[in-house]
Design a protein around this ligand. Structure first.
Ligand SMILES: [Zn+2]
Ligand SMILES: [Zn+2]
Length: 265
């Protein structure tokens, strides 16, 4: 069994956003209240956090468990890494390190941006103990007993990394999918994909693009994430086909060994 929990499914400025508020989203529906995007994937033994949103502290407090065996970073945009400091209390009292995984350039940028969390202190009793270890992933990654693969995605002006674990895949912050990514996204039970808005955007797929991909890839279930204030939950739920749904914060998706998929409120 694989359990995927959507910790947050909002675009980079969240919903509601500063200045623009709720936009098209009904403020009375709590499923429209979206923190920045990240997920946790659990099998019975291993918990993998994907991205560290600026809302990570709040997300993990409401999630309950703070067991994290590794973190996969999809790319270096602030809404996917700036929660890195929030994990510090988990390492106050032990000598282990937080194992972070990602592409070589992402790990390099991470070490540069957060060098004070990575570089060993020379002092015998450092006030601020570094707790980050970075791991470069080329194709396959193994964290505990969880095995995954990754693939590059075109994110407009930059690249992001998609991941697949079993028949589940996560593709946030993507504008175009190349042939290799498409080949990695075949025969999915569940696909969570970034879908920022109905309108065209320069670095993210919109709803028309995502529905086109769904027609090609035919995952059993597709859930939309990284949504902006134009994406009202109830409106989308009513207009989309049954195999495509908007995600919401704290949504749990269970993938059973017999290919069945359950999502919970
Ligand atoms: Zn983002
Ligand atoms: Zn991004």
């Amino acid at each position: 069994m694989l359990k995927v929990t959507v910790l947050g499914c909002g675009a980079s400025v969240g919903v509601p956003s500063l200045k623009y508020g709720w936009g098209e989203c009904n403020s009375c529906n709590s499923k429209n209240c979206r923190t920045r995007s990240s997920i946790i994937v659990d099998n019975d033994n291993t918990s993998l956090l994907v991205d560290m949103s600026p809302d990570l502290r709040q997300q993990l407090l409401r999630y309950g468990s703070h067991k994290i065996d590794g973190v996969f970073v999809t790319h270096m945009h602030f809404d996917h890494v700036n929660g890195i400091n929030e994990l510090r209390p988990l390492f106050f009292e032990n000598d282990s390190s937080l194992q972070i995984y990602g592409r070589e350039e992402v790990m390099k940028d991470l070490r540069k941006s957060f060098s004070y969390l990575c570089e060993p202190h020379t002092s015998a009793d450092p006030i601020y103990k570094p707790y980050i270890s970075t791991n470069v992933v080329e194709d396959e990654f193994i964290i505990g007993d969880m095995v995954g693969i990754c693939f590059d995605q075109d994110h407009g002006c930059s690249k992001s990394t998609g991941i697949r674990i079993g028949n589940f895949a996560y593709s946030t912050d993507v504008m175009h999918l190349g042939d290799y990514a498409i080949s990695r996204l075949q025969d999915l039970d569940v696909w969570i994909v970034g879908c920022i808005s109905r309108e065209w955007r320069p670095s993210h797929a919109n709803l028309d693009q995502v529905l086109e991909w769904v027609n090609i890839l035919k995952p059993k279930m597709t859930f939309l994430t990284h949504m902006s204030i134009s994406m009202d939950y109830e409106t989308l739920l009513m207009e989309l086909p049954a195999n495509v749904q908007p995600a919401y914060d704290q949504m749990e998706i269970i993938l059973l060994a017999n290919d069945a998929v359950h999502s919970t409120v």
